[in-house]
Design a protein around this ligand. Structure first.
Ligand SMILES: Cc1cc2nc3c(=O)[nH]c(=O)nc-3n(C[C@H](O)[C@H](O)[C@H](O)COP(=O)(O)OP(=O)(O)OC[C@H]3O[C@@H](n4cnc5c(N)ncnc54)[C@H](O)[C@@H]3O)c2cc1C
Length: 110
């Protein structure tokens, strides 16, 4: 019901409101970062923040793996980052500021 309405009111708006957390975020030696791993609606302005933190966490994990022969952080990457991304989505759904922005977006004034 809401989806066709959104498309009609503002073409493309629905696609920009995706909320997705991929599970798992790694498979073998493939690790997902940024929007490939999680998409948070733009009202929280956290997409780049999450992406950069993914990169930092994964870089530290790779350094540990290569220089210390320690794969602990690599093994924990997916569960750890999934937990952070889900927490961000939950924070957004309970945030008054994000709710206000969401309303403005639907109304076409933001
Ligand atoms: C309307 C809107 C507003 C937003 N506002 C904010 C905000 O205020 N603050 C915030 O933090 N985040 C915001 N975001 C989210 C933020 O833009 C993303 O979370 C962030 O850009 C994700 O970074 P990324 O590197 O994972 O992906 P991207 O920035 O999408 O980078 C992926 C890159 O890969 C390239 N690419 C894709 N396919 C291929 C291919 N096959 N070969 C080579 N290159 C390829 C793309 O061209 C792109 O340059 C907003 C998003 C939207 C849609």
């Amino acid at each position: 019901m809401v989806t066709p309405l959104l498309r009609e009111i503002r073409p493309g708006a629905y696609d920009r409101l995706l909320a997705v957390v991929i599970d798992p975020m790694s498979y073998g030696r493939v690790y997902l970062l940024g929007d490939a791993a999680h998409i948070v609606p733009p009202m929280s302005a956290k997409g780049i923040h999450l992406a950069l933190h993914d990169a930092e966490v994964l870089a530290r994990a790779v350094i540990d793996h290569i220089h210390r022969d320690d794969s602990t952080l690599l093994g924990e990457y997916s569960a750890f980052r999934r937990q952070i991304a889900r927490a961000e989505l939950e924070r957004q759904s309970s945030s008054r500021a994000a709710g206000k922005l969401f309303g403005e977006l639907l109304a076409g004034i933001n």
